[in-house]
Design a protein around this ligand. Structure first.
Ligand SMILES: Cc1cc2nc3c(=O)[nH]c(=O)nc-3n(C[C@H](O)[C@H](O)[C@H](O)COP(=O)(O)O)c2cc1C
Length: 208
């Protein structure tokens, strides 16, 4: 039995949101294929995820050195520890999010900052960073209205790229992904793009 953490980073309604539909499709197919797994849902827009800044950075440093924390630092460290413990307890993590204004929604960026802790989830070495977690894998589910497959557009896509760089590159966790893209750019083919993308999402869930 696996512990599976489902992270949703989109507060738009199901009917209007492709990445929310991907989240639900994946969840239903996953549960059907793995009925005894333990599922935890994390809806980031409903959570208290304060910006990652000096209270977090200094608080985490002080906590690691057993130094006294002020109230704001202690609050941040408690918030971060809660999400870190939940992440570390998961064997599999599924993250669904849209591309908005060329990037990922802010709560997801904040959440990933909480997880990016040198000495806990990764460490720097002379050969570069190495991950400190083991046995995990991550599925990214993302939708974007434009098609970024072409070489000319790939470089401006900054939504899934930083998520893969942090969780896959820095934390060293194997990443799988399903992307539905181009349904707004090619609106005449939107229905096909979305329906085949959702079928692909369900297949990915059954094999995850
Ligand atoms: C505020 C906003 C900004 C968006 N910015 C982009 C963008 O930069 N590039 C793009 O291809 N699509 C963009 N889109 C379209 C979404 O990527 C598209 O709706 C996609 O399906 C993801 O959103 P959804 O999961 O809520 O449907 C944007 C949509 C919204 C609402």
């Amino acid at each position: 039995m696996s512990n599976v953490l489902f992270v949703k980073a989109n507060d738009r309604p199901y009917e209007q949101s492709i990445s929310v539909q991907m989240y639900e499709s994946f969840m239903n197919a996953y549960k059907a294929a793995n009925p005894t797994d333990s599922i935890t849902e994390l809806d980031l827009f409903k959570e208290d995820v304060p910006y990652y800044g000096n209270d977090a950075i200094t608080g985490l440093y002080k906590a690691s050195q057993q130094l006294p924390l002020n109230d704001a630092e202690e609050r941040m460290v408690n918030v971060i520890d809660k999400y870190m413990d939940q992440f570390l307890a998961a064997d599999k993590i599924v993250i669904a999010f849209p591309l908005w204004n060329l990037t990922a929604p802010a709560p997801l960026i904040t959440y990933m900052s909480y997880l990016t802790q040198s000495g806990k989830t990764f460490k720097y070495t002379a050969e570069g960073p190495i991950g400190l977690t083991s046995g995990k894998k991550i599925m990214l589910l993302s939708a974007r209205g434009g098609d970024y497959a072409s070489e000319g557009k790939q470089y401006i896509e900054s939504g899934i790229k930083p998520v893969k760089a942090i969780l896959g590159g820095l934390l060293g966790i194997p990443i799988e992904e399903v992307v539905i893209e181009g349904h707004q750019e090619f609106s005449d083919r939107a229905a096909d793009i979305i329906s085949s993308g959702l079928v692909h999402t369900q297949k990915a869930a059954a094999g995850f």
